[in-house]
Design a protein around this ligand. Structure first.
Ligand code: ATP
Ligand code: MG
Length: 165
């Protein structure tokens, strides 16, 4: 049971093109809904190269960036703003390690992919790991501003507030 005294946070989640093309949208969203996390914004976006550079600004100078840009612009993504108690940390735990082969069973990356760095390197592509989640509250706030206009984010009540927390 998560304590209500923990902070209510919003975080950015992206279902990457591999998740969309594998028809895993519903399966992954259900995991967040089941744990009582609330989707307060959602849309389908086909990211272009300029936007990729803004979203992954910390990675632009890294050797894998070219492959990462090709991966994230290869098809539409589902962008979600997810609200909940300590949601930044909780969502990262549910997502699992960056490399799906190392992500433990029970996590989203661990349950739905076996992609490895070795395999990605061999193909010269980014590691296909289905999902992005903000890694800190500060980055969550920055990323939500980049992806959503204030009018695209909503406040409403769910039954989880009564029965799950
Ligand atoms: P994300 O930011 O997408 O949630 P993450 O925080 O787990 O993932 P980061 O280190 O921020 O991992 O890397 C961003 C993305 O770049 C990864 O999700 C992955 O798709 C790709 N990536 C990271 N490191 C490598 C690498 N060494 N080789 C290939 N691709 C990589
Ligand atoms: Mg990251």
């Amino acid at each position: 049971m998560r304590r209500v005294s923990e902070p209510l946070e919003r975080t950015l989640v992206l279902l990457k093109p591999d998740a969309v093309e594998r028809a895993l949208i519903g399966t992954i969203i259900t995991r967040f809904e089941n744990v009582g996390l609330k989707i307060v914004g959602m849309k389908m976006v086909w990211v272009d190269a300029d936007f990729s550079k803004k979203h992954y600004s910390d990675h632009v100078s890294k050797p894998f960036y070219k492959g990462l840009e090709s991966f994230i612009t290869a098809g539409p993504v589902i962008a979600m703003a997810i609200e909940g108690i300590s949601s930044v940390d909780l969502v990262r735990k549910m997502v699992g390690a960056t490399e799906p082969k190392k992500a433990v069973p029970g996590t989203i990356r661990g349950d739905y992919s076996q992609h490895s760095y070795e395999w990605a390197d061999k193909k010269g592509i980014a590691i296909k790991n289905l999902i992005h989640a903000s890694d800190s509250l500060e980055n969550a706030q920055k990323e939500l501003k980049l992806w959503f206009a204030p009018s695209e984010l909503h406040s409403y009540k769910t039954v989880h507030e009564v029965h799950v927390f």
